[in-house]
Every structure is written in structure tokens, then in C-alpha cells.
Design a binder for this molecule. Structure first.
Ligand SMILES: [Cu+2]
Length: 175
């Protein structure tokens, strides 16, 4: 029962609040809450036995200069920041040790560039599903965002191409 008591104390929200208040008072520069905006995190749907997938988003730093240092998700055994580079006409992915974020300059993680590489996938990523992704920054507090699984665009074909007109439908006659 000792263990339970310790956990209850650790989980006491009042203690967290006091700790946070103390931190803010001691370091006013850290008082800005969340200074990174994470917009539209998405990942491509994967094949049934795929072990890896790339996740994409746009990060905008609205505070002080910062750096994305690591990523993690429960759907992947391991997640890394990668960048795609072209070498002698061959596209390669290399681990990046982070992504610098400058205030007011959005950084887009997109196919062909920076991306979050999800490796050792524990489940198939199916269109319409979503899962958490945690982003850890050098300065800002870690953020967990919800990644949506889409069929978005490896090439020129976006989701709108799935919306074919029904066969037999015709345009209404012009007046
Ligand atoms: Cu990669």
C-alpha cells in the first residue's frame, strides 16, 4: 500500500500547480505557455504489413527560438526526425538530429523534406484513424498532438481525386 500512497502524492494536482507556479516565479522567461503551433499533423495510410510510415505537419514557433529535438508515438517502436536529400539523383532519408525553429518562420514537414519517421509500426495505419504523436522541444514544453491518417498525396493526386462523378450523372442543362 506504500506504493499507492506515493503514487497518489505524485499525482496530486495541487503539488503540480505549486511546482509550476514556483518555476514561473523563478524563471519569468519560461512563463510563456505553449510557443509552438502544430498544424494539421497527418500520416499516409500504410499497407497491412508496412513497418514504417512518414508523418507530416507544419510547426510555427510563436515564441523564442527553439528546436524540435525528438518525437515519439505509441503506434511506433521508434520514431525519428528524418530529412530527405537528393544525392546523385537518388532520394535518401537521413536521420536529422533536430529541426531548428525560428520565431515566425513556419517549418513544414512534407514528403520530400523533413518528416517524422515512424518505425516498427505496431498497427496498420488506416485512413480515418488517428493516434497521438509527442513532440519534444529544447525549450517549449513537450506537446502531444493527434495525427490523422489520410491518403494524402504522394504525388499529384490529392484526396479530391477520390470524389469521382458518378457514372451516368450529367451536368444539368444550361438554361
Ligand atoms: Cu524517413
Amino acid at each position: 500500500m506504500k506504493g499507492v500512497t506515493a503514487e497518489e502524492q505524485a499525482a496530486d494536482p495541487d503539488q503540480d500547480l505549486h511546482a509550476a507556479a514556483g518555476l514561473v516565479a523563478a524563471a519569468p522567461a519560461l512563463a510563456q505557455a505553449q510557443s509552438i503551433q502544430v498544424v494539421h499533423p497527418w500520416v499516409r495510410a500504410t499497407a497491412p504489413n508496412a513497418k514504417a510510415g512518414g508523418a507530416f505537419t507544419t510547426l510555427t514557433d510563436t515564441g523564442a527560438p527553439d528546436r524540435l529535438v525528438s518525437v515519439g508515438s505509441p503506434v511506433a517502436g521508434m520514431a525519428e526526425v528524418h530529412r530527405t536529400v537528393e544525392e546523385n539523383g537518388v532520394m535518401k532519408m537521413l536521420p536529422a538530429d533536430g529541426i531548428d525553429l525560428a520565431p515566425g518562420k513556419p517549418v513544414t514537414l512534407a514528403p520530400g523534406g523533413y518528416h517524422v519517421m515512424l518505425m516498427g509500426l505496431k498497427q496498420q495505419l488506416k485512413q480515418g484513424d488517428s493516434f497521438p504523436l509527442t513532440l519534444t522541444f529544447a525549450k517549449a514544453a513537450p506537446m502531444t498532438v493527434t495525427v490523422t491518417v489520410t491518403v494524402e498525396a504522394s504525388g499529384a493526386f490529392g484526396p479530391s481525386h477520390d470524389m469521382h462523378a458518378m457514372p451516368g450523372m450529367s451536368m444539368p442543362p444550361k438554361p
